[in-house]
Design a binder for this molecule. Structure first.
Ligand code: HEM
Length: 132
């Protein structure tokens, strides 16, 4: 993955991450992708969760810029079978929901930005999913 991807993604996220509606739309999409996923968040404080996800996505972006993976390892732990028990196949739905939400909110979004996002954050997602 080149540094170019990470720059594109950093700027793309910068155009979205200060907008609360970005995270509201993300969870609307993500939860509508499966009843099982919706159930996982029944007791969740969603305003707090949206804030945590803002940081979580930033961790994926920073990882693509070469920052240490300590925070992603902690997420791998909390999402594993001994934690929230997030099944590996759900991460594809998570990424689809993220890309759909970026398409809606990032005013510069196009297919090359989508591909840059995939290349940049897939290794970090794999790290979290792989801890299952
Ligand atoms: C790589 C993608 C993901 C990132 C970056 C991410 C990020 C986060 C963060 C930052 C938290 C709060 C910190 C923590 O509790 O450890 C969290 C909690 C959580 N995540 Fe994820 N997550 C991802 C994927 C998923 C997926 C695929 C699911 C479900 C299918 C999921 C379900 C949950 C649940 C249920 C919680 C706890 C909510 C609560 O406290 O009630 N996450 N996630």
């Amino acid at each position: 993955m080149g540094n170019a991807d990470s720059d594109i993604v950093f700027q793309s996220y910068g155009r979205c991450c200060n907008n609360e509606h970005f995270f509201i739309d993300f969870y609307d999409r993500f939860m509508s992708s499966s009843a099982e996923i919706r159930e996982l968040f029944i007791d969740t404080d969603m305003p707090a969760q949206r804030h945590l996800l803002r940081n979580g996505i930033m961790q994926l972006v920073l990882h693509s810029r070469g920052l240490p993976d300590t925070k992603l390892k902690a997420l791998g732990n909390s999402h594993s079978r001994t934690g929230y028990n997030i099944r590996p196949e759900w991460y594809g739905l998570w990424l689809d929901a993220l890309l759909d939400t970026l398409r809606k909110h990032d005013t510069h979004f196009d297919e090359s930005i989508a591909q840059a996002w995939r290349r940049a954050i897939e290794p970090g997602i794999q790290l979290i999913r792989g801890a299952y």
